[in-house]
Design a protein around this ligand. Structure first.
Ligand SMILES: Nc1ncnc2c1ncn2[C@@H]1O[C@H](COP(=O)(O)OP(=O)(O)OP(=O)(O)O)[C@@H](O)[C@H]1O
Ligand SMILES: [Mg+2]
Length: 129
């Protein structure tokens, strides 16, 4: 059963990290792989909260074709007008460093993003063992 958790405040972001860690351990990830997926999830959870106005996250363990963890972040916020620009290091519309999205992409084995202005944002990452 996938875990679905709300992301409405900073405490929820901490809970997302804890749940991702638990699922990564369950999937048999070593410390380096755990850290990579937790870091990526943390950045995306922050974005969901800060730019998406909150949303939710689904965390799943994958068994086929290999063991892994897949995490999907969804919000009904303003969306991203230019996804290619948002993925570039240094691009931010806030006060961050603009490294979160690109960093999360690099830390994941798979990365997909769907976003349209006015229709919210959905980002999925997966990391295989
Ligand atoms: N869920 C989202 N909804 C709307 N816009 C988003 C969302 N996630 C990211 N963005 C946009 O993409 C930009 C880049 O995101 P990214 O995480 O790379 O950088 P940042 O959050 O601004 O800074 P950092 O993550 O380094 O603290 C954000 O500044 C924001 O404009
Ligand atoms: Mg960010």
């Amino acid at each position: 059963m996938p875990d679905k958790l709300p992301i409405r405040n900073g405490d929820d972001v901490v809970r997302v990290r804890q749940q991702v860690r638990a699922r990564a351990v369950e999937a048999g990830f070593g410390l380096l792989d755990q850290t990579k997926i937790i870091t990526a999830a943390s950045e995306l959870a922050r974005n969901t909260l800060d730019y998406g106005g909150g949303g939710d996250v689904t965390i799943e363990i994958l068994k086929e074709p290999r063991r892994g963890v897949r995490i999907t972040f969804e919000d009904q916020g303003p969306g991203i007008a230019d996804i290619d620009a948002a993925l570039k290091d240094g691009f931010t519309t806030g006060t961050g460093l603009g490294l979160g999205l690109g960093g999360a992409k690099r830390l994941a084995s798979e990365f997909s993003i769907f976003s349209k202005p006015g229709q919210g944002t959905r980002v999925t990452i997966a990391r295989w063992k």
